[in-house]
Design a protein around this ligand. Structure first.
Ligand code: ZN
Length: 134
């Protein structure tokens, strides 16, 4: 598996317009990218903290994963992403260990990363993403 660090923490917010000023003006971080991931129905905003990113997630559609999360749970921490060397290798290793997977193989996420999600039923309730640079 070889997890090297926490790549990012994903946080669901109602509105980037409302959330970005809190991170920038109150916490003093700098938003370095805003990107829409159309197949996930989200708009993301990124902040760097050491080698870990904060990824704010605003829903672009109520039937997308973040839209559903916000409706059920409201704003808050959505997922934790670990950096690995190879997403597909890690997914098949976890599959063999009996972890329930949301993604059987990697797909493209924000910032061009390869990503895959593990099911929170297998991770003590923490929606977990593993990701790697190409
Ligand atoms: Zn993520």
């Amino acid at each position: 598996m070889n997890i090297s660090h926490i790549e990012h923490i994903g946080i669901a917010v109602n509105s980037l317009e409302e959330a970005i000023p809190y991170y920038e003006e109150t916490l003093g971080m700098k938003c370095y990218a805003v990107e829409e991931v159309t197949d996930q129905k989200v708009k993301t905003a990124f902040f760097m903290v050491g080698q870990t990113k904060i990824e704010l997630l605003e829903s672009t559609s109520p039937d997308g994963p973040i839209g559903k999360f916000l409706e059920k749970k409201g704003q808050g921490v959505h997922h934790l992403a670990f950096a690995v060397k190879d997403v597909n290798e890690s997914l098949s290793e976890l599959d063999k260990k009996g972890v329930r997977l949301i993604d059987k193989t990697s797909r493209k996420g924000a910032e061009g990363l390869n990503i895959g999600f593990l099911h929170p039923k297998s991770t003590m309730g923490v929606l977990t993403e593993i990701c790697a640079k190409e």
